[in-house]
Ligand binder design. Structure first.
Ligand SMILES: *Cc1c(COP(=O)(O)O)cnc(C)c1O
Length: 371
């Protein structure tokens, strides 16, 4: 059987470098609760992302959940169903009502021409997603947010290291939430961060991630526990040293895919967005069965037979989940549904070799109609 290829492979620093980074923890015994690694990582990250303020948390999901809680929102949040479960769950778990907006068929981010029609007197925020490292139309979203007095919170879990017109993507909106999960472009094993520009919001998130404790004798918020520990922060310090190289290697892989697949009828590749520096976090391909000759599911099966595991990101749509028990109507987001049934994200990670990519492309091309 040929080598097994998964959709991604978690980035790890050289073993000795990590051991070196965590050595002093064995002197201090400081394992969590905003220790020196946490503070050093926080400062370096703020610098790298080019943001005004940043709070570190246990994972990307808690970044979203704590941000919504810290903003003390009620009512409706406009978002998209073409995302990971976390985005929608974070809204619902805060007692808020997600209102699903359709997506742009070319870059899969929220369709900004459809947001205003969904605004009601109960709308309080917009929560768009920078899907696959594709950047939302941040200028138009800012205009709408200001016009209607809505908070804008970006799910930037796919967008670590991305920039728009040279500005770090974490600087847009009232807050941007990153994930440092093992499978993301940049990881701290598990981890996440909220980037923002408000002293008050930062104070509230800092408090909420530590049980709402203000000081030893006063608890002023119904918080949770979402603190990043020292071992995760140390992993972040190590992985951050290599992030530019990581993204360069991803670019190379994405370019090779593009050169092999761009001219094939019936395949829609991820777009190259103007004014955007992407991080090449995923390489989605949308299969038009009528033109290409095979469906997304057939291609996924053909790849599996060759020990290659692509993923159907994002299928199913979050507005069709069983747990929501038909509460939402997916007919209202037809573009998202169309893409969701046809998209496959191909393996992409720094150590993926040129010959692996050729093998993957060969299998895909072999699925073409022979007519
Ligand atoms: C990964 C991811 C999250 C959640 O991040 P975790 O760190 O896994 O909690 C949220 N939104 C999107 C779009 C993601 O891909």
């Amino acid at each position: 059987m040929s080598k097994k290829i998964m959709v991604t492979e978690s980035a790890l620093p050289p073993f000795d470098e990590y051991v070196d980074e965590i050595k002093d923890i064995w002197d201090t015994h400081w394992l969590t609760n905003m220790g020196p690694k946490h503070e050093k990582f926080r400062a370096e990250l703020k610098d790298y992302l080019g943001v005004e303020r940043i709070e570190l948390v246990t994972n990307g999901h808690m970044a979203l959940e704590m941000t919504l809680q810290a903003m003390n929102l009620h009512g409706e949040v406009i978002t998209t169903p073409f995302t990971f479960s976390s985005t929608t769950h974070a809204i619902v778990r805060n007692g808020l009502e997600p209102v699903f907006c359709d997506i742009d068929p070319k870059d899969f981010t929220i369709d900004v021409t459809k947001i205003e029609d969904l605004i009601t007197d109960r709308t309080e925020a917009i929560l768009p997603v920078h899907v696959y490292g594709n950047i939302c139309n941040v200028e138009e979203i800012e205009r709408i947010g200001e016009k209607y007095g809505l908070k804008v919170i970006y799910d930037a879990a796919h967008a670590f290291g991305c920039a728009y017109k040279g500005i770090g993507i974490g600087s847009f909106g009232d807050a941007s939430c990153f994930s440092f999960h093992a499978t993301k472009v940049f990881n701290t094993v598990e981890g996440g961060a909220v980037c923002h520009n408000s002293y008050e919001l930062g104070r509230r998130i800092y408090m909420l991630k530590n049980f709402g404790i203000r000081d030893a004798e006063s608890v002023i918020g119904v918080g949770a526990n979402a603190k990043m520990n020292e071992l995760c922060a140390a992993m972040g310090l190590c992985n951050l040293r290599r992030i530019d190289e990581t993204i360069d290697l991803r670019r190379g892989a994405a370019e090779q895919y593009r050169s092999r697949l761009a001219e094939i009828p019936g395949l829609q590749l991820n777009p190259v967005q103007e004014n955007v520096e992407t991080n090449y976090s995923y390489f989605p391909v949308v299969f038009d069965e009528k033109i290409f000759g095979s469906s997304r599911n057939e291609v996924a099966k053909a790849l599996e037979r060759e020990n290659i595991f692509a993923r159907k990101y994002f299928y199913p749509l979050t507005n069709t989940y069983e747990c929501y028990d038909k509460r939402f109507n997916p007919d209202l987001t037809p573009v998202a549904r169309h893409i969701s049934k046809r998209v496959l994200t191909l393996p992409l990670y720094p150590a993926l070799e040129g010959e692996d990519i050729d093998r993957i492309c060969d299998v895909i091309i072999s699925c073409r109609a022979k007519s």
